[in-house]
Design a protein around this ligand. Structure first.
Ligand SMILES: [Zn+2]
Length: 470
């Protein structure tokens, strides 16, 4: 069961086609780093995938777009007036816009891996899907849902789609003239204030442009997701996820485009994740409180502590990230890993059915991860349950939680207990670097370890280390 934004109710999620759940997740805009709030949204998709696979034996087909053309939304979700963000970033960084896009795309994949967010099946890039978008626009024009404006841009005719507003509650009659829901100064050729651009005529400044039957230009952002989801998942699919700020206008417009093109409801369930605040405020460049995954690691935390922190809140609740909360999550993560390693050394016993049921119920109840974590906390301390059974239950549930809880199994106890987070891995890497006679690598790893408070000395028998202050 998940909360559907459109019906505003808890709804059963069931794949239309047998055991294959088809899902689309709005992906990253790759002209900047994704912040941890973005990753909280991506984690929502990952949880749906894992719960589907582990609890329901579904095979999940996940498509996530890479927005690498420059017409992007700013922090408020409103498109900036004719501004090419990719070009802007390229100018600032003195690089080719496509180099910028590939750099941030690679960073996105790296961060997802650090957070155990499993890869999607396909990551279509907007810049490589222009043909799909042009085809879709032609279809919409032919069906009378779109028109070429006086400025050579193509617009969606909002009034041609009667159920506009069903997702966000923003009905056309409430959207006043002059309401800048697509605040694009180039949109001078539209007939009605709530129409939005599917294709935008390019000004001289733009670098990322394509030729079409309507002239040289670039696609509207909302169009990208319609074109890709219809192409990769078909005319009906089960779940569409995204951050709450995408509900309007992005998803409202996407729904209108997709449904108008095929003549029926394309997305069965819309699931939106709430905002992550940082130290009590919305994360924004202008506020200076943007937190990246690398900031979390730089502070000495395991990136999966961030994942555990996210799981302490439900996806449709706002959460407030603080360094204290992250430190608490990091401690709990380490404690669970060391417990799991202890339990692993006892005889394995069957999972405890009561706890498994509680965990299943929690995940199936609109991804109630906080309740699942409470159950695990009780299981950890329950004197009635044999350790071998605790081990099996934690190992099983970690297939959903994705916290690498069995990471310390089989490691020497004293080493795990004393080293700060991440240091054991660095020591291992450094030993490898020295074996390979990679002295530069070994020196920089020594510096990294020193920053964590671990001093390394090289002797005839390899490296030895000491933790400062202990
Ligand atoms: Zn999207």
């Amino acid at each position: 069961m998940l909360t559907d934004t459109k019906t505003r109710k808890l709804e059963e999620i069931r794949p239309e086609s047998g055991r294959r759940l088809r899902m689309y997740a709005c992906g990253p805009t790759v002209y900047r780093f994704q912040h941890v709030g973005n990753y909280r949204t991506f984690l929502l998709g990952d949880l749906i995938v894992r719960v589907g696979e582990v609890l329901h034996s579904w095979q999940v087909q996940l498509v996530q777009n890479i927005t690498d053309v420059g017409h992007l939304a700013d922090d408020t979700g409103i498109e900036l007036a004719g501004e090419d963000k990719m070009l802007l970033a390229a100018r600032e960084e003195g690089r080719d816009p496509f180099d910028i896009a590939r750099f941030y795309e690679a960073q996105f994949h790296e961060d997802c891996a650090a957070l155990n967010i499993r890869p999607a099946d396909v990551y279509p890039r907007a810049s490589e899907s222009i043909d799909l978008m042009v085809d879709l626009i032609e279809k919409l024009i032919a069906k009378g849902h779109a028109y070429v404006g006086s400025d050579e841009s193509v617009y969606f005719d909002a009034r041609s789609f009667p159920s506009y507003g069903a997702l966000s509650g923003n009905r056309l009659e409430d959207l006043r003239a002059g309401h800048r829901h697509d605040a694009d100064d180039l949109s001078v050729g539209k007939r009605f204030h709530a129409d939005w651009a599917l294709w935008k005529h390019a000004g001289e400044q733009r670098q990322m442009v394509w030729d079409t039957p309507w002239g040289r230009g670039f696609p509207g952002w909302h169009l990208e997701c319609s074109a890709m989801s219809l192409h990769h998942l078909g005319e009906t699919f089960d779940v569409h996820t995204g951050g709450i700020d995408l509900r309007f206008p992005h998803h409202e417009d996407e729904r209108a485009q997709s449904n108008a093109a095929v003549g029926h409801e394309v997305v069965q369930r819309w699931v939106h994740g709430e905002h992550l605040l940082a130290e009590g405020r919305k994360m924004a460049k202008s506020t200076g409180n943007v937190v990246l995954v690398r900031d979390v690691v730089d502070r000495g935390f395991d990136p999966l502590a961030l994942r555990l922190f996210f799981l302490t809140g439900r996806y449709r609740q706002q959460m407030n990230l603080t360094w204290d909360a992250l430190a608490a999550a990091d401690r709990r993560l380490k404690r669970w890993r060391s417990r799991v390693a202890e339990w692993a050394e006892t005889t394995s016993t069957a999972m405890c059915a009561d706890y498994v049921q509680r965990l299943r119920d929690a995940f199936d109840d609109d991804l109630d991860t906080p309740t699942a974590l409470v159950a695990l906390g009780e299981l950890e301390k329950d004197p009635e349950i044999p350790p071998g059974s605790k081990f099996e239950t934690f190992a099983w549930v970690d297939r959903i939680l994705g916290l690498d809880l069995a990471r310390d199994v089989g490691r020497p106890r004293d080493v795990i207990a004393e080293l700060p987070t991440g240091a054991a891995e660095l020591l291992q890497q450094r030993a490898g670097a020295r074996d390979a006679k990679d002295w530069t690598g070994s020196d920089s790893l020594r510096d990294e370890l020193a920053a964590l408070g671990v001093d390394v000395t090289d002797g005839p028998d390899g490296q030895t280390w000491s933790v400062r202050g202990r």
